[in-house]
Design a protein around this ligand. Structure first.
Ligand code: 13P
Length: 258
């Protein structure tokens, strides 16, 4: 099988893992992924564990770091916020933008998501833009309208070059942390829709290069089938990324077959 787009597997630890827990995690995870090639690996610990992870990983090319959130502002009187330069200083390369938990639990609007995205791009942090519909929206047949609205809200007006830097993660809200996974067919349909929409904004050739990740109850058992769909270019893994061996199995499922 050929993989025209290099796969990317990211582990979003959410509000789990202390700074002292990250060292034993990395020891196992590095060992388990040592022989895996041709796949991009991104670990997204909480802010407080990033410095430790960065120190342990050093300049290692193989495992990159991401942040779960970021302020749209560069510095100043924004108590409790973390800026792009602070993340860059710790060698963070990626940042999640618009995760459904931030939209739903912390009131992030499309406008705020867009501001964060623009800041990330200006700061050479690669944004992973999360989009996805709720169960009610899917049951009402509105999933494509929701995806289009979220993509438009975040991306319209950006240049094709800027859009080409964005990684999109399709995370149906009903599949997050529920053990319910979108079927490979449902996920593929959504991913193709997202790619077509990116094509409208930035042109087909850029859209064909864009990486679109699937997230929502990805496990070692279902990862391979999901990621063998033509428009699924990797996974954004929550709960299953907390076990370094299981997560390494998901990464292995994304590597090209000999
Ligand atoms: P789960 O893998 O725990 O369903 O979480 C998915 C997610 O939200 C990753 O960002």
């Amino acid at each position: 099988m050929s993989f025209p787009r290099k796969k990317l597997v990211a582990g979003n630890f959410k509000m789990n893992m202390t700074s002292s827990e990250v060292a034993p995690y990395l020891e196992v995870f590095r060992q388990e992924t040592e022989k895996l090639n041709d796949v991009d690996i991104v670990l997204i610990p909480p802010f407080t564990a990033i410095a430790k992870a960065s120190e342990i990983l050093g300049g290692a090319q193989k495992i990159r770091l991401g942040a779960q959130n970021m302020s749209p502002e560069a510095k100043g009187a924004y108590t409790g916020e973390i800026s792009a330069p602070m993340l860059r200083d710790l060698f963070v390369r990626y940042v999640l933008v618009g995760h459904s938990e931030r939209r739903r639990l912390f009131g992030e609007t499309d406008e705020l998501v867009r501001r964060k995205l623009v800041t990330a791009l200006a700061s050479e942090l690669r944004p992973i833009l999360c989009v996805g519909e709720t169960l009610e929206e899917r049951q009402a047949g509105q999933e494509k309208a929701i995806l289009e609205g979220q993509l438009r809200g975040a991306l319209e007006g950006l240049t094709p070059d800027q859009i080409s830097e964005v990684i999109v993660a399709y995370e149906p809200v009903w599949a997050i942390g529920t053990g319910l996974t979108a079927t490979p067919e449902q996920a593929q349909e959504a991913h193709l829709f997202i790619r077509d929409y990116l094509g409208k904004l930035a042109g087909t050739s850029l859209a064909n290069k864009a990486r679109i990740l699937y997230g929502g109850s990805v496990t070692p058992a279902n990862a391979k089938e999901l990621m063998s769909q033509p428009d699924i270019d990797g996974a954004l893994v929550g709960g299953a990324s907390l076990d370094p061996r299981g997560f390494a199995e998901i990464v292995a499922a994304a590597t090209p077959e000999e």
